[in-house]
Design a protein around this ligand. Sequence first.
Ligand SMILES: [Zn+2]
Length: 151
Amino acid sequence: MSAPFIVAPHRVSCKAVTIEDIDRVLYDAEFMKELIKYPCVGLAHPQINDKDPLQFFITDIQLVINPIVLSHTDALIESDESCVTFPDYSPAVVERWLRIKVQYQTCDNNTLTIHVEELFGTEAIIFQHETDHLNSIYCYDKSLKEYHIIQ
Ligand SMILES: [Zn+2]
């Protein structure tokens, strides 16, 4: 059974966050922090909003806005991934980039601040999983095992 307020899988595209969206981002992020207490390490806005989702996700430590993977090394890693949108599925086995360079924004004093950094291993996997959500891609779409979900 799904955690409360997690919406069914969908392919509604996410709008980039602008400064006008900050109040809504902060409000929804607070709400999402409560949901992340379910067994998960990240939650993307389209997982709770299938009407007008925005491009941000949260982890247990951070609010990540307008994330982009800028580049990656060639090394891949096989990752066993679960997703709270699919509580009844066994983990997907997904190939992820082991090391990525990313850009994203944070909200500090009601302004958006750009960050560029390199992520490795688990941090890189979480970033890719959650950024995929913002591009209407689920880990089960990329699974090396066979799954059939929504088109
Ligand atoms: Zn997920």
